[in-house]
Design a protein around this ligand. Sequence first.
Ligand SMILES: Nc1nc2c(ncn2[C@@H]2O[C@H](COP(=O)(O)OP(=O)(O)OP(=O)(O)O)[C@@H](O)[C@H]2O)c(=O)[nH]1
Length: 355
Amino acid sequence: MAKPTSFPPVYTDAFQQASENLRRTLPLINQHKTPVNPVNYAVWYEYVSGHNQALIDAIDTRLSKGETISNEINQYLYEKYVLMGMPEKLSQTNNGLRLVVDNTINYINRAESTAGDVANDLHKRQSILENCHDIDDIRDVLASILENTRKLTDSSLSLRQELADSTQEILKLRNELNAVKHQARTDSLTNLNNRGQFDKELSQLCQTGQVRFSLLLIDIDYFKEINDRFGHALGDKLLQYLASLLHKHCDDLHIAARYGGDELAMLLLHTTAEETHAIAESIRQSCAASRLKKKDSQESIGEVTISIGASLYQVGDTPIELIERADQALYQAKQSGRNRVQIWPTSTTAAELEQ
Ligand SMILES: Nc1nc2c(ncn2[C@@H]2O[C@H](COP(=O)(O)OP(=O)(O)OP(=O)(O)O)[C@@H](O)[C@H]2O)c(=O)[nH]1
C-alpha cells in the first residue's frame, strides 16, 4: 500500500509486502557495504517500497553519478527524507524558547537586585534624615533619593522593554512551533493532510464510533502513462490540481489527505450514502471536465480522469476493514472501465445502504 512521507513515519504494509521489501532491501545495504542497522534499513526500505519520491530522487541522483550510499549519507538521507528534519526543527524551537525564558529570568533578577539596592539605600537615607539638621546634609539626602528614584524608573523602563521583547520572541516561537506542527501533519506536495494524520483521524473516528462517516479513495487513471508521456513534474502538478479539487469539495466536516503515491482520500463526516455518492460524483465530473494544458507549451494533456472507491462506516468497523472495502470498490471502479465512482458493496445502491 502506497504511502507519502509523514512524521513520524507510518508503515502499513501487509506482512507479504513488508517481507518482499526486506528481500529487496538487504542486498542494497550489502551492495553499499553498510551495516544493517535501523537507519540504513529505514532508508532502503523507503527506497524499495517506492513511496517516498523525494528520497528516491535523492538516491537515484547519487547512484547515477556512481556514488556509494555510505553510512554518513544514509544518516543524512534518514534525517532529511525519513524524519523530514522534524526533530532538528523541534529542537531549534525548543532551544529558542529556553533562551527566551533564561533571558527573561535574568531581566527580572537584575530589576529585582536594583530595586533591593535602592530600598537598602533609601532605608539608610531615612535614618540619616531622622537625625539630620543641616540644610546641606538634607539636600545631599534628597539628591541621593532622587538619584535612587531615577535608577528605579530606568530599571523598570528597561524591564518593561525587555519583557516586551521577550513577548515578541515568544509569539514568534509559538508561530514557528505551529508551523512545525502543521508541517508534521501535511503532505508537502499537495498540502493535504499526510498519511500519518489521515490514519490518526480515521482511527479516532472508528474508536468513538459515534459519527456517521464515509471514506473515499481517489486514484488518477493511467497516471503512469501521463508521467511517462509528460514527465514526472507535470504528474506532480496534476496531483496538486486534484488536491485543489478536493479542497473545493471539503467543508469543515470533511478531511482530505494524500493517502499514497497517486492516491488521495477523503473522510466525509456526517454524510449519508446519497451525499457520499453525490460528492464523489461531483469530484469525478470536475476532474473529467478539466481541460488541462502544459504551462510552457500550452499543449493539452487530454482528458484526465479519476476512479473513486467509497465505503460507509458501519459501527464496529476497524480502519483496516473500512479501507479494504473502499479499496475493493476502487478496484471494481478500475475494472469496470475507470472514470467512475463505486460504493462498497458494489451490488447495493446508495439508497439501499442508507436504510
Ligand atoms: N508524478 C508523480 N508520480 C507519482 C507520485 N507517486 C507515485 N507516482 C506514480 O504514480 C503511478 C501509479 O501507477 P499505477 O498505480 O501503477 O497505475 P496507473 O498508471 O495510475 O493506472 P491505474 O491506476 O490502473 O489507472 C506510478 O507510475 C508512480 O510512479 C508522485 O508523487 N508524483
